[in-house]
Design a protein. Structure first.
Length: 114
């Protein structure tokens, strides 16, 4: 499975960005897709996940501001980020979990200026 993330950039506080993660290769019907992030000097943390049945879960710090969604036909997962804060600055990674294995995409930098 290959994951290609895109959509990062520089935005002012209060602004919005949409991240995309295109999956290719052996995509299972049953999987969990997610977005994780690594703030500067910190460890990787969960942002949001979505199951193949559409169940979503969010970190408390982004709940109500971020929305994860998918387009199954295009094997793409999105992360819509609104009301961005400087503390959302991080490298964002796409991740897929299926059949007992975990796959990571390359990171995309999101920088929120105050």
């Amino acid at each position: 499975v290959q994951l290609q993330a895109s959509g990062g950039g520089l935005v002012q506080a209060g602004g919005s960005l949409r991240l995309s993660c295109a999956a290719s290769g052996s995509i299972y019907v049953e999987n969990v897709m997610g977005w994780y992030r690594q703030p500067p000097g910190k460890q990787v943390e969960l942002v949001a996940t979505i199951t193949s049945s559409g169940f979503t879960d969010y970190a408390g710090s982004v709940k109500g501001r971020f929305t994860i969604s998918d387009n199954i036909d295009e094997n793409t997962v999105y992360l819509d980020m609104n009301s961005l804060k400087p503390e959302d600055t991080a490298v964002y990674y796409c991740r897929a979990d299926q059949n007992g294995r975990t796959y990571w995409g390359q990171g995309t930098q999101v920088t929120v200026s105050s």
